[in-house]
Ligand binder design. Structure first.
Ligand code: UDP
Ligand code: MG
Length: 151
């Protein structure tokens, strides 16, 4: 089985709204492996590194306030093609356009409170995983259904 990994984050609105179990459950039922998971209160300093590609954009200050407004749940998921799979499960950035059946499409109504983040490429995933986790926080194990998920 391929060791492709992605980084996902249930944002502070998702945590405060009690959506953590629902979101993690979707990933588990899809067949993705949870390699690491923790609750983290993102500091302004980490937020600026995490979202450095958006520095200078009109929504940046609002995004900093949002992402530091409470605890988030950071997750590393593993599986074949896990980066595009998680992006598809999240839905597009604006929940108005996100398809029903996606996390944003089902649980959000506004871009500025869109519940979840997921890495947009394998390169972003590697960068974001390194920002949020130490190597000894990642766990290697075999899912009981792995033989059924892959040929
Ligand atoms: N965002 C926002 N207003 C915008 C665009 C983005 O508040 O007009 C926030 C939103 O929380 C989004 C995050 O900034 O998820 C990062 O934006 P990006 O374009 O990278 O979207 P994503 O990759 O999260 O779909
Ligand atoms: Mg993005």
């Amino acid at each position: 089985m391929s060791g492709e990994r992605t980084f996902a984050l249930v944002k502070p609105d998702g945590v405060k709204r009690g959506l953590v179990g629902e979101i993690i459950g979707r990933f588990e039922r899809k067949g993705l492996k949870i390699v690491a998971i923790k609750t983290i209160r993102i500091t302004r300093e980490l937020a600026e590194q995490y979202y450095s590609e958006h520095i200078g954009k009109p929504f940046f200050d609002g995004l900093m306030n949002y992402i530091t407004s409470g605890p988030s749940v950071a997750i590393i998921l593993e599986g074949k093609d896990v980066v595009p799979i998680v992006r598809k499960m999240m839905g597009v950035t604006n929940p108005v356009q996100a398809d029903l059946g996606t996390i944003r499409g089902d649980y959000a109504v506004f871009t500025g409170r869109n519940v979840i983040h997921g890495s947009d490429s394998p390169v972003s995933a590697e960068r974001e995983i390194a920002l949020f986790f130490r190597k000894d926080e990642l766990h290697d194990y075999v899912r009981a259904d792995e033989g059924l998920l892959y040929d």
